[in-house]
Unconditional design. Structure first.
Length: 474
């Protein structure tokens, strides 16, 4: 029993020593040689156990002493590192003070040098100021000038010169000053010349191709097919829409001519490179404006076409009827192919009728012919009154759509708002364009009808008066 107790106690003691060694290794210390195994230290009696305990205490004391030495060494190293850092900070502070002093001295030196430069330049500083301003204006003009399409890259020299003159460490050379003067003269000279050259042109679809183009001063650039080109961002591009009429034909004739005088449509905006021309041709045509009226505009157009055809038809009919009535006035016998003949036929068929009855019959005949002569006049009058109302309807609906778009997208684009309002007002224009001619046509047609009716009344009254006089004479 005692032997087992001794062995168990020895195992516990050696386990404690092993744990202490493991703790030392976890702290990052050098490895300690491993002690004997529990089987090797298994004591047979209390004396052996006591010896083992003594040996363990000696070994633990040795380990603690080594650990204390390492801690002392680390403390010495940290103190040395702290002294080194403090020395480095002191050196940097001294260097900072030295650099600040040098910076102040350099500022004073720069001020003296600038004052000296200003004194030596004298009136040249004013000259360089004017030269900088002139170069800036020339560079901005060259950026948009059509001459740059033939001579690209001119503005870069001017921009470099402006940057050079804006500094304080360099002065422009005589050659650079002469080049500025040369570019001014070339810009003025080329503005009055017509030149042909090859350049890269972009189509409306975005495709690039080399073409022979003709530059007309600083106003327009065209190709040999007569297409007008625009110059923007140092690139030539074909206008998506070309001017109508004979402008493109005149441009093609000029582009392929070698001498002589030729008509040509010049864009007056000059150096802007066709912006006015592009704005003009981007304006809607009459057909496009008509389509802006929408369904209401189409309805007004249909009503106006109907009114025009009706007025022309009635005018032709009344003209033919008027001719037959004029022929009947010259005839001795009534002819039933015209209203006057049919009215006179009443008297010829009843020559013995008393004057009162004849007057009633003649008035009845005139009233019977009047609706035929005035046919279509009421409809023309209604169309003349309704057409402006239809135009107003289109305008109101268009304005509602425009304000709905403003509610959704905002009013940040005045151009889009103006386009919507313009489209809304197209219907009003269409209504007036229908109403005004319809009123005039109604007046003309009504005049023709009233002329024939007046002849009928006049002839009927004359016949009744003659018949009454004849009866009275009996």
């Amino acid at each position: 029993m005692s032997a087992k107790f001794v062995k168990a106690t020895a195992l516990v003691v050696m386990g404690a020593f092993a744990s202490a060694g493991a703790f030392a290794q976890e702290e990052g210390q050098p490895e300690v040689p491993a002690g004997p195994t529990p089987q090797e230290v298994a004591a047979e009696n209390m004396d052996q156990l006591l010896d083992l305990v003594k040996q363990g205490r000696a070994r633990a004391a040795q380990d603690n002493s080594a650990r204390e030495q390492r801690f002392a060494q680390d403390k010495a190293n940290q103190a040395a590192e702290l002294r080194r850092a403090e020395k480095e900070r002191a050196d940097e502070e001294a260097r900072s003070a030295r650099l600040e002093k040098q910076f102040e001295e350099n500022e004073l030196l720069i001020a003296r040098k600038q004052e000296q430069l200003k004194e030596r330049l004298g009136t040249l500083s004013e000259l360089f100021g004017h030269l900088t301003a002139a170069s800036g204006d020339l560079a901005s003009n060259i950026d948009v000038s059509l001459v740059s399409a033939q001579y690209p890259g001119r503005q870069q020299f001017l921009k470099d010169l402006i940057a050079k003159m804006s500094g304080t460490d360099q002065l422009p050379s005589v050659q650079e000053l002469e080049k500025v003067w040369y570019e001014m003269l070339r810009e003025i000279s080329e503005s009055g010349n017509i030149a042909k050259f090859t350049a890269e042109v972009a189509t409306p679809a975005g495709e690039l191709s080399n073409r022979e183009v003709v530059r007309v001063g600083a106003f327009n650039v065209i190709d040999t097919d007569g297409n007008y080109l625009a110059y923007e961002n140092e690139k030539l591009s074909e206008l998506p829409r070309q001017p109508g009429g004979a402008f493109t034909a005149q441009a093609a004739e000029l582009a392929n001519a070698t001498s002589g005088l030729h008509q040509f449509g010049v864009d007056p905006t000059g150096p802007t490179g066709g912006s006015f021309l592009a704005a003009i041709i981007d304006s809607p045509t009459l057909e496009e404006r008509w389509h802006q009226g929408g369904y209401v505009g189409y309805a007004i157009t249909a009503v106006g076409a109907f009114a025009f055809l009706l007025a022309i038809y009635r005018l032709i009919v009344l003209t033919v009827v008027g001719g037959k009535v004029s022929a009947q006035l010259k005839a001795d016998k009534a002819n039933e192919n015209n209203p006057l003949g049919r009215v006179l036929k009443l008297h010829e068929d009843n020559p013995s009728m008393d004057p009162e009855t004849l007057e009633l019959k003649m008035a009845e005949g005139v009233l019977k012919e009047t609706p035929k002569l005035e046919s279509g006049l009421t409809l023309l009058k209604i169309i003349a009154a309704v057409a402006p109302l239809m135009g107003l309807l289109g305008t109101v609906t268009g304005m509602i759509i425009t304000f709905q778009a403003i509610t959704i997208f905002g009013a940040g684009d005045p151009k889009a708002m103006a386009g919507g309002i313009s489209g809304a007002l197209v219907t009003t224009v269409l209504g007036l364009l229908v109403a005004i001619p319809t009123v005039l046509l109604h007046t003309v047609v009504n005049g023709r009808a009233q002329r024939v009716i007046h002849v009928l009344n006049e002839q009927a009254t004359g016949i009744v008066a003659e018949h009454a006089e004849a009866e009275h004479s009996k």
